[in-house]
Design a protein. Structure first.
Length: 345
């Protein structure tokens, strides 16, 4: 399934959006549309459950008062009352929203795979481009070695010309790659919206260092070369060179959206408390309301920005869809009530 999703994302990027960030947003929108019937079923089930619980609330209160000192009898009578009115322990379709989490795990694996492939593609493209400086028409290693043999004063201008040429090459390759793999303020969506990892910088430095493999250790270790080696830094793409891939917005936004989504769903779909166990679920809800936002902030800081883009987009779409579904169901309920009142007259 992972490879199938990777192929789908790549196809959408190549033939529809031209940008992986937009591809993730579009795919998430299509996925939520496909899941819309399940969302409607889930929301309707929650509303029916809440409405039925409110209808039997007076009887539940009577049972609670009558058997407040006999927990076993209270539970038995409560279950009997539920069965009489066709009320289960949980709302119908209550597990539908949980599908989002297995999907998140699946996309986590997909985006990790794509991150490795896309980052490696950039490295390979840069390496292939810089190799052009070592072939016969430029032959950087021999060119620099020959310049070095005639003295450090001749070497430094030669090295500067090679590095300037390499910088232009890397800039062109990187710009082309980033046009597909950047999104809004994030330079590379396959890295976190945060500081760039040291391993990425080391990979660039290793590639750049290979340009100087033909020179003697005396030249490389000389003070004059070390002083001018800052030119090498110009070969590293800007997003890596500055040490920042973004503005730390997505990790914070991911946690904030998770808090908003949790509170939104509680307000939109309040579940009547069970008198037999009025505190049931409160501890778990409180834990989830704290744990999940922190967890998603961590994911945003440690994983690729792609997973954060997916989750923020998915959560916002789900909240909008839930709001619309509830408004439609409210209108349908009012219409049914109006018809019932008209029929009663």
């Amino acid at each position: 399934m992972t490879q199938w999703l990777i192929n789908l994302f790549t196809w959408m990027n190549d033939f529809i959006t031209g940008n992986f960030g937009l591809t993730i947003v579009l795919f998430t929108l299509l996925l939520r549309l496909i899941c819309l019937p399940l969302d409607i079923y889930s929301r309707k089930g929650q509303r029916d459950y809440t409405r039925k619980m409110k209808l039997i609330q007076p009887e539940m209160d009577r049972i609670t008062k009558a058997y407040k000192n006999n927990q076993e009898m209270l539970s038995r009578k409560t279950m009997e009352l539920r069965r009489q009115h066709g009320i289960g322990l949980m709302p119908k379709g209550c597990f539908a929203p949980l599908i989002a989490y297995p999907l998140l795990i699946a996309f986590f694996a997909v985006f990790n795979s794509m991150a490795q492939a896309q980052n490696q593609l950039l490295i390979d493209n840069i390496k292939a481009s810089l190799e052009g400086l070592r072939i016969d028409n430029v032959n950087a290693a021999g060119y620099l070695a020959a310049s070095a043999s005639s003295g450090i004063n001749n070497f430094l201008p030669a090295a500067e010309r090679v590095l300037q040429s390499g910088s232009q090459t890397v800039s062109a390759v990187t710009s082309d790659w980033l046009s597909t793999n950047s999104f809004l303020w994030v330079k590379n969506i396959w890295q976190p919206d945060a500081a760039v990892s040291l391993s990425v910088i080391n990979r660039y430095v290793a590639i750049i260092g290979s340009l100087f493999s033909g020179m003697s250790s005396e030249i490389i270790s000389s003070a004059a070369f070390a002083g001018d080696a800052a030119w090498m830094w110009g070969l590293i793409p800007g997003g890596v060179r500055t040490g920042f891939n973004g503005l730390f917005i997505l990790p914070i936004l991911t946690g904030a959206v998770q808090v908003l989504s949790f509170k939104f769903n509680q307000k939109l779909n309040p579940v009547a408390a069970d008198p037999a166990n009025p505190n049931a679920g409160q501890g778990a809800n409180k834990f989830m309301g704290i744990f999940f936002p922190i967890l998603f902030v961590y994911f945003g800081l440690s994983s690729s920005s792609a997973i954060a883009i997916y989750w923020v987009t998915s959560s916002l779409i789900m909240m909008l869809v839930s709001f619309i579904i509830n408004k439609v169901l409210d209108a349908l309920d009012k219409r049914k009530e109006a018809k019932a009142q008209t029929a009663a007259k």
